[in-house]
Write a protein that binds this ligand. Structure first.
Ligand code: GRF
Length: 225
């Protein structure tokens, strides 16, 4: 009798348009997630485009509107319960615009990834494209990291750089960043599903080796894949 490993169960958390969710849906459809399965989509905002994407793909979705909860703790407890019902191996935060309580982060420690549109540790928080332009940066980018209780501060896994062009505005720069995000998030989820990407003692590991504090350079990966 052959033993089969159950598929890695992924839940994607969104608050908006869900283009990263779509990239993951497409990757699963094209057999590029190493058998991982997106078993649910969670949104803290009703009526966002990402929910329509989940519906079109036949993925169950749940909305808990944070505005209907008295405080962050109560919302996070309800969200944790909703997410646990899907028995996730990995939570993928894809444009999920909430600060998380330490209790929630602790509960999902080591199985929660986020994508942040800057070259962390530069520009944690909001309005990263505007800030990169205002600073006159010639290079900008995006980072996937494990989530810890420090906002946008968990150990980076992979980082992609993009050039800032002289005529960029926040929208054109965001689009260039997102094209990278749509390649690197599915790859990162695949590494996790394969057991190559792990988290331990506050650090991220790839194939058992600690990842550089800036994350793996995405350009090195695409050169080698
Ligand atoms: C992405 O650029 C991501 O880096 C940031 O929010 C954006 C989400 O876009 N956290 P989408 O909802 O995946 O289209």
């Amino acid at each position: 009798m052959t033993e089969t490993t159950p598929p890695c169960r992924i839940v994607v958390l969104i608050s908006g348009s869900g283009t990263n969710l779509q990239a993951l849906i497409d990757a699963q459809a094209n057999d590029q997630l190493a058998g991982a399965e997106i078993v649910g989509v969670f949104s803290n905002r009703p009526d966002v485009q990402g929910l329509a994407r989940a519906e079109s793909a036949g993925i169950p979705a749940q909305v808990l509107d944070h505005k209907t909860y008295p405080d962050r703790e109560t919302f996070d407890q309800a969200m944790q319960k909703a997410l646990d019902a899907w028995q996730p191996d990995l939570l993928v935060l894809a444009g999920f615009m909430r600060i998380l309580t330490p209790e929630f982060v602790e509960h999902f420690a080591g199985r929660m990834l986020n994508i942040h549109p800057s070259l962390l540790p530069k520009y944690p928080g909001l309005h990263t494209h505007e800030r990169a332009l205002a600073a006159g940066d010639s290079v900008h980018g995006t980072t996937i990291h494990f989530v810890t209780s420090e906002l946008d501060g968990g150990p980076p896994v992979v980082q992609a750089q993009v050039p800032v062009e002289p005529d960029d505005d926040p929208q054109t720069l965001a689009q260039r960043v997102q094209r990278k995000e749509h390649q690197m998030y599915p790859a990162t989820v695949r590494w996790f599903a394969q057991g190559r990407l792990t988290f331990g003692k506050g650090a991220a590991y790839m194939d058992g080796t600690a990842i550089d504090p800036h994350g793996i350079n995405w350009d090195d990966i695409i050169d080698s894949e």
